[in-house]
Write a protein that binds this ligand. Sequence first.
Ligand code: ADP
Ligand code: MG
Ligand code: ZN
Length: 612
Amino acid sequence: MKKKQIRELFKNLGIAFLLFLIIAGIFSLYSSPFEKPQEISLSALVSQINEGKVKEIEIINEEELTIKLKDGIEEKSFKEKGTGLGDSLKNYGVDPEKLALVDVRVKSVSGREFLTGMAFSILPVLLILGLLWFMLSQAQKANIQAMGFGRSLARMIKPEEQKGKKKTTFKDVAGVKEAKEELQEVVEFLKNPKKFTSLGARIPKGVLLVGPPGTGKTLLARAVANEAGVPFFHMSGSEFVEMFVGVGASRTRDLFRTAKKNAPSIIFLDELDAIGRHRGAGLGGGHDEREQTLNQILVEMDGFEPDVGVIVLAATNRPDVLDSALLRPGRFDRRVILDLPDIEGREKILEIHAAGKPLAKDVSFREVAERTPGFSGADLSNLVNEATILAARRNKKNIGKEEIFASIEKVLLGPERKSHILSKHEKKITAYHEAGHALVAASLPHTDPVHKVSIIARGRAAGYTLKLPKEDKRLRTKSEFLDELSVLFGGYVAEKLVFKELTTGATNDLEQASFLARKLVTEYGMSEKIGPISYVERPDMVFLGRDLIEKHRYSEEIARKIDQEVARFIGNACKKAKKILVKKRKKLDEIAARLIEKETIERKEFEELMKE
Ligand code: ADP
Ligand code: MG
Ligand code: ZN
């Protein structure tokens, strides 16, 4: 900031100077006309004096005379050096009385003439110099910019700059208890490294935060920096590789150098997977930009002693694709896992984000947490914000239950598209499709309760059936998956049954069903015929076209068997759905009719409808 101001000042001064030179030049042009004063002899001067025409004589350097006549004309003359003006004129017969009336001044050098003279001779030189200087400084600026590409773009956040601002602390992070405890240790080390090193403890150089998107990795890293009160260098993986080949490595070098200078400090490499992927996985040979950057990070991390007081935090949601060299001890040897929050966690996260917002009395965070399994911290933060916006749009003084529940669906399914108007026939098809999903779901034992059925378009779907689990689940069973498959086919089967015709409305359902069925067979070992063997492609293998080079790791024969099993699972699911819908055809008609009439059926109404 300061440097910039000074540079600005110099630039302004330079411009002012140039302007001055130009003005001086113009001024001197006008003030000394090229029509020089007429040169006259001394005798002519004497006669003019005697006639009383002369007003003023200026003697310059004892020999040059500038004569001003009373009518304003200027003349010039010369006398010998050494003799006074009076003596010189006397020789030509001047009238002493008349001479006494003339104003005589003596000057050694004329100031103005000297200046104009100087200006004339120096001005062009100065102008050229000024221009040169201007061009040079411009060029240098461009140069500095070009050189700057190799410098790190890390945003340094110093603890003193944070004063007065709202700091992120551990209090702002909820639902990730273990991760917080682990990082508490890092904070303690940064605050008081001697306590650890004096006992001979080896301090971790790198801590890797691993977790799905939106679980608070970036948030937590910030909190660590604030809690420890040390400078924090934040850099995102993609920034290393930006724009120019070859700068990734030099940016890395610069980042580590700066961090060491400011030790104790934290380097935070966000989205490490953008650079830290397996080397040599690319199609176009190994020596790409990312690889060099990664190598440089490895070199830097090996290059400093643990007691320097620099800790490298990194975050990723794809630990599986990271190069194994990064995970070796001595680098990111600590891993902190952040999971999606459980119900307690969600409740606390909601409390944090709703703090300071006006909430209606009927809002219970517990209830909201119950309804939001699978939501990440970012989803919950988004949910509270959406509810606030909705309340404001409805001109309410506080945020009520309805706004929050409406926002849950919005976050889950995307915004409602009420303007998406269906024709009467389309509405009927959609109603039967959704009624099919809902009816199958309600008829099978291992499914989640139906919360809402609707034929209002949301996101890309024409309608939706919202099911929410009763509680958080860590383990899923085969029966659940099979029932889920049947529910997915509920819409497809209902359309076929009622209209004897199929639409594109089931596309997404089919895609999901096929994906799930394949997982059952190749990942979960839930097919009797294939048995407990995993045929999952490791994610890094699929990365960057590696699968184009490598064939499947299993034989054609196994591939055929897998396909057969997937088809069998899907066929069975279809059959089961059809059986239910044929048997309960009357119920299906009822639900569809209600949907056409009201467009949305809530859980309570749906359950009553099912009981009748
Ligand atoms: P990540 O880096 O893991 O993808 P972020 O840290 O960027 O996720 O989280 C995005 C936002 O979500 C945060 O700014 C915060 O508002 C909210 N958030 C995420 N996790 C939590 C949490 N555990 N506690 C409180 N807020 C959270
Ligand atoms: Mg992040
Ligand atoms: Zn569907």
